[in-house]
Ligand binder design. Sequence first.
Ligand SMILES: Nc1ncnc2c1ncn2[C@@H]1O[C@H](COP(=O)(O)OP(=O)(O)O)[C@@H](O)[C@H]1O
Ligand SMILES: [Mg+2]
Length: 430
Amino acid sequence: MSLPGVLLLDAAGPEAGLLATAAAARGHQVHAATTAAAYADYRPELKGLLAGRVVTDFARPGRALDEIAAFARRRGVGAVLTVNEYLTELAARLCAELGVPGNDPVRAGAARDKAAMAGAFTAAGVRAPHTVLVRSDAELRAALADPRVGFPCVVKPRSGAGSAGVTVVTDAVGASAAADVARESVGMYGSGGDSGLLVQAYAAGTEYSVESFTQGGATTHLAVTRKQVTGGAKRVETGHSLPVSLPPAIQAAVYREVEAAIRAAGIRHGASHTEVIVSGDGRCMVIEIGARLGAGQIGLLIQHALGIDVWAALLDVALGRPAALAPSALGYAAVRFVTSPHAGRLTSLYGFPRTGPGVPFVRWRAAIGGLVREPGANGHRLGSFVVTGLDADEVEERADALLRRVRIHVEPAPENTGQVRPASTSAIAP
Ligand SMILES: Nc1ncnc2c1ncn2[C@@H]1O[C@H](COP(=O)(O)OP(=O)(O)O)[C@@H](O)[C@H]1O
Ligand SMILES: [Mg+2]
């Protein structure tokens, strides 16, 4: 009997590549739903591995759904997956259409549209910052005057990702400028734009994410990840480390909120990445949830620190088979991202780590001679490397030491107007 086909919605990016490779290695025919432009950029190895593809337009999800479903039926597809946050809702709808394991198509928008997310969190009693959807200057003024918001507060696009267009503001003038930035922040496939933006109460504290897998409605948390985030107006993630052990009472409170968020977003079969902020007095606020594996090498960190084959697990969940989620290692892993101190032209790079013992992964992606930006979104990060080991402190120290050794030279470049690539949580993961 032949194995069911596996369909990836957008196979661009390193994580989709690993997933495709894992599926092919198990003998599945792997297919991709893609846009013509994205397919042109696929690596030759990925193109060689794909048994088929359906070219569609993700900006027209209704039509994309019909085209992809027809293709999937012809090809005997039994599992639909995506690591692209922008496609998680379409993935849920496709799974429902094809009758394969997936998330609740009715609720799936709540893991994508942050206005819907805020509504779903409120309805489910998830602790989250007070959030106001704003569609005009008058509504912006009203939101800023709302005592449940106050200053500082956060202005963000309704359906962005990767911190693009998100600004922490301290006054009304800053909020007005940030609203323009949020409105201009166009995500992949034309999401965002004039559908409004969000003004949200600021949650002070330490930022973590929780990496979870849900199967048949039962959730397993693989790890809590500590995040390094730039301070100030623009919050860019500059590092992740896992697994972090929180004090038991705090961990229980965090898991309780995350599980409520997972249910609120209709996550029934699949990975999720829930971002939380824990205040100094141990209270947990959910910032957002994504119905996908954490980006920014979090899958690799889980694999190296805990010995869990996340790609195999994603496949199993999507195929409706029990996934092996028990750790087989008790290590620790951290990723660091290199960012530019200011905008300009990158003229040199020295001291970037190479792979070797305890450094299983490095990736530099900025061209020497090319324009770079000061970090305003995760997509502005220039490179990353992963450090693993048995001892958390040693791993953190080594990661910091390696980061200190990286030397980049950036010359002022007046022509650097700062083109921002659309943020994709798969594509932004350097
Ligand atoms: N309400 C908030 N309080 C404090 N910080 C926030 C809040 N919302 C967002 N942030 C900061 O901004 C970052 C990006 O915001 P987020 O809502 O996660 O957007 P994205 O979907 O682009 O990742 C977060 O990782 C966090 O550092
Ligand atoms: Mg986020």
